[in-house]
Design a protein around this ligand. Sequence first.
Ligand code: FMN
Length: 192
Amino acid sequence: MTVLFINTCVRKQSRTLQLAQYFLEKWNDPDIIEIHPENENIRSLDEKTLHIRDHALYENDLDHPVLKYATQFAKADTIVIAAPYWDLSFPAALKVYLERVNAVGVTFYYDETGYPHGLCKAKRLVYIATAGGPLISDVYGYGYVRQLCETFYEIHETVHFIAENLDMPDTDVEKSLADVRTKMDEWFKQSA
Ligand SMILES: Cc1cc2nc3c(=O)[nH]c(=O)nc-3n(C[C@H](O)[C@H](O)[C@H](O)COP(=O)(O)O)c2cc1C
């Protein structure tokens, strides 16, 4: 079983990464592929890259480097995303990464009515986040990723673990993180 771990945490002391590491230790899968989009230096799609990608897809050259992130995503058994809550959303590096993942013919395809269908192997995506304040809306963060899973990838089980209010003066940060770890423990018990 391959776990694809998409790590978009940027701070050395990242609380989101701490939670993700706890989750992955519990998952205990020897086959974890970690992608750090920030370090991969993935650029947003421009005209030249779109052309190269369209050509690779036309030739069905799925091993082409331009399709690397899409093929890796499509083949993974489980996907774990660690993303701090930034500007009601997530770090831009994750959006750029997802732009590469959304390749027609690799992670999804359109039927004759124009409706998308998934080509991904994964049954489940786990999204781990922390927020400085309350989660005012998850529409542009976890909600967006969940919608991609539902509409494009057809990954039907999505799970959201989040610790909120971590930057608020009255918050006991360690307790908040421990509470999320307990939720993870409960989830593991239910999913076993
Ligand atoms: C660029 C940036 C944008 C942020 N935007 C929000 C926000 O919209 N809402 C919020 O509650 N916290 C926001 N925060 C606070 C982070 O969500 C919070 O500190 C989080 O725990 C950081 O995760 P980390 O410890 O994994 O780095 C922001 C922090 C940064 C650096």
